[in-house]
Design a protein around this ligand. Sequence first.
Ligand SMILES: *[C@@H]1O[C@H](CO)[C@@H](O)[C@H](O)[C@H]1NC(C)=O
Ligand SMILES: *[C@@H]1O[C@H](CO)[C@@H](O)[C@H](O)[C@H]1NC(C)=O
Ligand SMILES: *[C@@H]1O[C@H](CO)[C@@H](O)[C@H](O)[C@H]1NC(C)=O
Ligand SMILES: *[C@@H]1O[C@H](CO)[C@@H](O)[C@H](O)[C@H]1NC(C)=O
Ligand SMILES: *[C@@H]1O[C@H](CO)[C@@H](O)[C@H](O)[C@H]1NC(C)=O
Length: 466
Amino acid sequence: MRAPTWTGLLSALYTFLIAAAHLTSAWPNIPFRADGRWIVDASGANVTYVGVNWPGHGDVMIPEGLQHTSVEAIVSKLKGLGMNAVRLTYATQMVDEYFDNGEKDVSIETALVTALGKENGTKVLGQILKNNPEFQASTTRLQVFDAVAAECAKQEIYILLDNHVSKAGWCCTPFDGNAWWGDVHFSVANWMRGLTFMAEHAKSWPALTAMSLRNELRQPYTNFTFAQEAYNWQNWYNHSKLGASAIHSANPTPLILLSGMDSSTQFDVLVDGKPLSPGTEPFNRSAFAPGFSDRLALEMHAYSIIEKVTDCSKFEEKLQNQGFSTLTQPAEAQYPLLMTEFGFAQDDETWRTDVYATCITSFLPKQRVGWFIWVIAGSYYIRDGTQEFDESWGLLDSTWENWRSPEFVENGLKKMIRETLEAVQGGKGKTEDGQGQTPPDTNGAGGSRPTWCLLAALLFGILCVW
Ligand SMILES: *[C@@H]1O[C@H](CO)[C@@H](O)[C@H](O)[C@H]1NC(C)=O
Ligand SMILES: *[C@@H]1O[C@H](CO)[C@@H](O)[C@H](O)[C@H]1NC(C)=O
Ligand SMILES: *[C@@H]1O[C@H](CO)[C@@H](O)[C@H](O)[C@H]1NC(C)=O
Ligand SMILES: *[C@@H]1O[C@H](CO)[C@@H](O)[C@H](O)[C@H]1NC(C)=O
Ligand SMILES: *[C@@H]1O[C@H](CO)[C@@H](O)[C@H](O)[C@H]1NC(C)=O
């Protein structure tokens, strides 16, 4: 038999190297890491998030919408917009019940009947199984999360896995017991166990790129003495450090998102190097995350609920002071920043005329940060005791079939997606369509105003920061 020639060998080696290079740069190209204010993938290329929140932290504790449509259809909807990410939320209670149940997850049948009652739970289970024939009554909650993760991987949608609440249910007031470490429902030990468990569990999700420590840390007003004692930056530092280490030891791959105080609105202490009160030391990134400080990013939220936005430049200035200045600081104070929640009513008017809506949708692409709009859900299995709750802020309508505001989606949202990808990734992954107009910056009406904060302000002189 004739020996292979040198040229034959070289050509085989060349083919192999090309294939290997292709493999190592294959989507999702994790781990992502922080490079100053940018997030870069494993090949060193800039990457950003343009995505939507998909809640799975409600009373049933599975991702919403499956009584109306399939996992595949929901992922296809956001893929079709040109989005590249979901912020998938879960409740620590889901993990607690896994352990309480002898390390065995709860079936969706049990979860639905428990949350919705026998009659409606059984009916909704039937609808879920009809839309998603790969599931059975005995399918577990985590298996539903796994199916969502698998579909995201298939369609190349990054996952940011978010610890949204401890006790499952609609979130987030200072009075709900989920607000701060040690609050009525917020056991530190269970939270740590939950982060560790989910970080470990989600190792099998190729699409997982980031995990949050906790959604919207806020004043724990279930107990004012406790709030006064415990709600401070030093306590934030101590607990966030524990959580970051828990995630990183269980799974070193994901980015770890730090949530600021006052419902993820305040990062000035980190960015400006102020003391972590009541202590005197400033935030020290390498002591906080020894050996993995390049995994840290900040997640901010901004709404126009408690304090209505009426002046775009003042609002932008406020966002700068609360954390966006990290993007332009000297290197040691730079972090990647993600706007992981913002949103507004999905009618055909608000996105064009409301000051907040027009302001934030043009601000984010200009800042070249990643973002997740609240929310894909056209409805919830149950929210605040109301079953089949219609979500007027949902991108989808209550049937989960159609866009609630096709005008916003076509002319506003697609433009935002395109502009953000263009600004950070040079258009890599941009959508084909969505030639939107710049929304006019005029004063608009509307916006519901939850009363808890106004009430608290009146009663206790609390400042509602937003
Ligand atoms: C990321 O994008 C910014 C802005 O365009 C650029 O300055 C930076 O060099 C990019 N980083 C990489 C690794 O390409
Ligand atoms: C059961 O579902 C129906 C239809 O979605 C709803 O009108 C009804 O209020 C639900 N029952 C309970 C107990 O919430
Ligand atoms: C409120 O918090 C304080 C301080 O942590 C604690 O001593 C007290 O027992 C709490 N009160 C209740 C009703 O839990
Ligand atoms: C944070 O941890 C440090 C070091 O363990 C401790 O000295 C300090 O009292 C803690 N601060 C708070 C507010 O828990
Ligand atoms: C930050 O922490 C690291 C690691 O503990 C330490 O080496 C460094 O001196 C600290 N930096 C400052 C400014 O204190």
